[in-house]
Design a protein. Structure first.
Length: 134
């Protein structure tokens, strides 16, 4: 996924289309749980006229450019998972196993995006004007 962001120059929002696959949306969403810049990466499908995330992952991006997943959602399966949470007394807690699982999933998803032609599509799209979210 970081390859796509590098190609596009990190716009506020990008929609990338690869023939035969659901479009990929990448959006800056402010700061994540550790006050680092965050992005949402998502495939949207449609069911009964409603947009469905399939899946959405949110990542914080460290100053050295590493992506750290902290959120996963798939509307088709009813799955929503967060790596970090706060206890009733305000302590931040982490789900280390979930973080490892999401990191592994992100690596596989990134490889799939490459194989499905999203990197190539992003390169082509970078040569054209992007529509940025307001």
């Amino acid at each position: 996924m970081h390859h796509i962001l590098n190609i596009l120059g990190q716009p506020a929002h990008a929609r990338i289309e690869a023939p035969g696959f659901m479009p990929l949306s990448i959006e800056k969403i402010g700061n994540g749980p550790h006050n680092l810049p965050a992005i949402s990466v998502c495939h949207y499908g449609e069911q009964n006229g409603d947009l469905m995330r399939d899946p959405e992952m949110c990542f914080e991006i460290t100053p050295d450019g590493k992506f750290h997943p902290y959120y996963f959602r798939n509307d088709y399966t009813g799955t929503e998972q967060e790596v970090y949470f706060r206890t009733e007394d305000g302590r931040e807690m982490i789900r280390p196993r979930l973080k490892r699982e999401l990191s592994s999933f992100a690596r596989h998803w990134s490889a799939n995006l490459r194989e499905q032609g999203f990197i190539k599509a992003a390169r082509l799209q970078a040569c054209q004007p992007l529509t940025l979210a307001a």
